[in-house]
Design a protein around this ligand. Structure first.
Ligand code: GLN
Length: 292
């Protein structure tokens, strides 16, 4: 691991790796170098952070060292940890991710909270998840609302196969997948609720994103290649068709002036109940619209 040749054969205990990587990652400007290597080690050894501390003296095997070497190299290139380990956590559940899907964000958990506060967990709503990606929203709702029926859509099979994998791993049977492009295709059913975390970053802001995001996450999940409002406009046009009267559209919104703009689009189209809800950071994060 970037060590002089004569050290190739040395043995590495967990603690040695932590000490080495801590310095190495620090020299590469990582903000939490120790935490970074701990995450990788936790995944490599399949253990919790506490377990890792109990295993400090344990020697790593050759293949473990090989894997770790590749992982650290990828991380140095700023590939997100979640793509390296192939998974992340969302609303208390594990989700597989790969480069075809956006990495679920903690902020998006506010969307789940809003849905549960709005419709509860006991009914049997028909839910549409537009642009499901990893499936984090659709799968979570299908799990939290056992009698719900969820239709989750996205534009290609590679994306849908990630969401399907996450459905299987949580043993769910109340979710269906449809290949559909919301901007161009028609949706033939009507739902009680439509949820969506659309690509809302304006094209002009893409170059300013962190390398981790800009160079690794799928741009199709990040930007609409326009002003970040394309999906919301389409929703205002399609609302009455895809959601029954009295039902809801609940979607994520971006930062800065974006939430206000999205809010205005719905308000101007005559929707009567249009509300912005803040996330735990105090940022407007979720737009909740009643379809009238
Ligand atoms: N629904 C997925 C998520 O919330 C994907 C969203 C997207 O690709 N923009 O993470």
């Amino acid at each position: 691991m970037n060590q002089p040749a004569q050290k190739e054969d040395r043995t590495w205990r967990v603690i040695d790796i932590i000490n080495w990587a801590k310095e190495y990652l620090k020299s590469k400007d990582f903000e939490n170098p120790r935490r970074e290597i701990e995450w990788l080690l936790q995944d490599l050894l399949g253990c919790s952070r506490v377990d890792l501390y109990l295993r400090f003296e344990e020697l790593l095997g050759r293949s473990e060292l090989e894997t770790l070497k590749i992982w650290v190299k990828r991380r140095i290139e700023r590939e997100p940890l979640q793509y390296i380990t192939g998974k992340t956590e969302f609303y208390g559940r594990e989700f597989a991710v790969d480069k075809n899907v956006l990495i679920p964000r903690p902020e998006t958990e506010q969307l789940i909270e809003t849905v549960l506060e709005t419709i509860g967990k006991d009914g049997n709503p028909k839910i549409l998840d537009i642009g499901t990606g990893s499936g984090c929203i659709g799968v979570t709702l299908a799990a939290e609302i056992p009698a719900a029926v969820v239709d989750a859509t996205d534009v290609n099979d590679k994306i849908l196969s990630v969401a399907m994998k996450n459905t299987k791993s949580h043993g769910l049977e109340n979710i269906r997948f449809l290949k559909s492009d919301f901007l161009n295709d028609e949706i033939s059913h009507q739902y009680d609720l439509a949820v969506c975390n659309p690509p809302y970053i304006p094209i002009g802001e893409m170059s300013g994103l962190a390398v981790e995001i800009r160079d690794y996450e799928p741009s199709i999940a990040l930007t609409d290649n326009q002003d970040g409002l394309l999906f919301y406009r389409r929703m205002t046009e399609k609302a009455q068709q895809i959601v029954r009267k009295g039902g809801w559209i609940i979607c994520e919104v971006g930062l800065g002036s974006h939430p206000g703009k999205a809010h205005r689009l719905f308000a101007m189209k005559g929707f009567e109940s249009v509300e912005l809800i803040k996330d735990l950071n105090g940022d407007d994060r979720v737009l909740k619209v009643r379809v009238n």
